[in-house]
Every structure is written in structure tokens, then in C-alpha cells.
Write a new protein. Structure first.
Length: 154
């Protein structure tokens, strides 16, 4: 199908997070700490047609790159996302996010009795049980967390 229109304009410098799982653009915006009071242009497209995904979301952020922790969080919600770095209107770098086998540090265990929630110096650690739908299990107590539980922490 030929594209007849460009839905959101190109950016000059910054980052395009493309191929976001449909419906998760605003979660990505939240992960990036963007609020209405943040400076800089942010373009958001939701539920646009995608050959690979059927529908996808896109978030374009002018004037900044992403921190590794932000990319890891995006990978949890949108395992097919690509991170495109744009310089002077050209894509100079394109990376697929990668869901790590072990998730360390970015999600807290939902079980209050878990050792990772005690005063012990134990960092939370999870294994991926299922990618889509996302299900992770705590290394220490076995507690299972789903995407919705993880989203509440972001
Ligand atoms: N993009 C942008 N501003 C630019 C350049 C690119 O907003 N100055 C956006 C494009 O609209 C697209 C994404 O960045 O959403 C990746 O651009 P590009 O690699 O040119 O597109 P595709 O080849 O279609 O990417 P892919 O193969 O990853 O789908
Ligand atoms: Zn636990």
C-alpha cells in the first residue's frame, strides 16, 4: 500500500522510538520522564499501520538520546521497538531493543516479604517466563509479575 501522507513530521536531531507495540506510546513517554512541562518537541503517533506489527505506536523526541535504563524499560513493554538516532534529519544509528534474559534493577518484586524488599543488600532480579504476553518471575521468591504490574512502577 503506497503511503499517501506522512503522519508526523521528521525530526532534525534526536531519537525516534519506532515499532512500539500498539497502545504503549504514552507508557514510553512516561518512562522518558516527559511531561507537558518538559521543553523540546515530542511527536506521538498511536495506532498507525505497520507491515510488521499490524498497528504500532511511534514516539519522536527532539534534542535528546536515551539512557540505557530507559531503553531496557522500553524493551519490557515493546520488545519490537527500534531506537533511531537522528542527526540533521538523517538516521545515523538504528538499534533493536533487546529483552534481556535476566532483568536486574529496573523492576521491584511485588511480594513485600521478598528478600529483595528487605534491608538486605539484594538487588531485585527476574527471569523472563513469557515475552508476549510479558510474564516475569522473581529469582528469589518466585513471585510472578505481568506487564500491568510492571507498568505501575514506571
Ligand atoms: N524519522 C524521523 N525523522 C527523521 C528521520 C527518520 O522522524 N529525520 C523516523 C521515520 O519516520 C521512521 C523512523 O524514524 O519512523 C526510522 O526511519 P527510517 O530508518 O528512515 O525508516 P524505515 O526504513 O522505514 O525504518 P524501519 O526499517 O526501521 O521500519
Ligand atoms: Zn521476590
Amino acid at each position: 500500500m503506497a503511503e499517501t501522507t506522512l503522519r508526523v513530521s521528521k525530526i532534525k536531531y534526536g531519537t525516534v522510538i519506532d515499532h512500539i507495540t500498539g497502545g504503549h506510546a504514552l507508557d514510553v513517554v512516561k518512562i522518558l520522564g516527559i511531561t507537558g512541562r518538559t521543553n523540546g518537541i515530542v511527536l506521538i503517533a498511536m495506532h498507525v499501520a505497520s507491515k510488521q506489527l499490524g498497528i504500532k505506536d511511534i514516539v519522536k523526541v527532539e534534542g535528546r538520546e536515551l539512557k540505557p535504563e530507559e531503553v531496557d524499560k522500553i524493551a519490557l513493554l515493546a520488545p519490537h521497538a527500534s531506537i533511531n538516532i537522528v542527526h540533521d534529519y538523517k538516521v545515523v544509528d538504528k538499534k533493536q531493543v533487546k529483552l534481556p534474559e535476566i532483568i536486574q534493577g529496573i523492576v521491584k518484586c511485588g511480594n513485600p516479604a521478598c528478600i529483595s524488599n528487605s534491608n538486605e543488600p539484594v538487588k531485585p532480579k527476574f527471569y523472563i517466563k513469557s515475552q508476549e504476553p510479558l510474564i516475569i518471575g522473581c529469582h528469589y521468591c518466585g513471585y510472578i509479575m505481568e506487564k500491568q504490574d510492571i507498568l505501575k512502577q514506571f
